[in-house]
Design a protein around this ligand. Sequence first.
Ligand code: 13P
Length: 250
Amino acid sequence: MRRPMIAGNWKMNKTPAETVALIQELKKIHPRTNVEIVVCPMTVSLFAASAQIKGSELHLGAQNVHFEDKGAFTGEANCASLKELGVEYVILGHSERRQYFAETDETVNKKVLKVLENGMKPIICVGESLEQKQTGITNEVVCLQTKAALCGVSTAQITDCVIAYEPVWAIGTGMTATAADANRTIAAIRGAIKDMFGYVAENVRILYGGSMNDKNANELMSQPEIDGGLIGGASLVAEKFDKVVNYSDR
Ligand code: 13P
């Protein structure tokens, strides 16, 4: 059985003080199912977040990390520091990082391996652009991104990996993939993991992300292949995030 996960990617929002305030609100959320809730604040807000979530049901995630252990990489953060702060998950390969910060399949793969080596779990983002979707190569694109990211991962490690299918054209646009389309693409991603790791792919969680919110969470989550959501905008408002977390009540 795959435990559902709802993760909030706060992107470049919420100062440390604002982070504390939002987490205080989120701590009041009572998930009525077995869903795992993850919050991913900015790197500079992780310290404040970490203290605030102690003893709660919330899990802590980061939005990026460097693949080297330490050294002359001005402005970067390493895995050891995230780990020390109590970070459990690290979002990797988000399309905004691929687009604006020259993240490639190769750097994503290096980061995946480093995160696992440090005892944390990667949330690996894959997704097609609008042009790729219109050309009809969605499955090829997302399966290649998935396989490239997982190169060198062991069979023992694969169930610590979470994949997030985020169609680039759906992020922050209000447009979502239809639940059926998202389900089909996620099934293809699971097939790619099966090619590499065999049947254990059935235990790997694959999330949907891209304008998922309090209104559409239930429909998306009712699909058999969709194991959770990576939520942007709707994760910044406690009331909306609560409704996404309690998707099954709707
Ligand atoms: P939105 O939910 O704002 O579309 O963002 C999705 C996303 O990029 C999550 O990582």
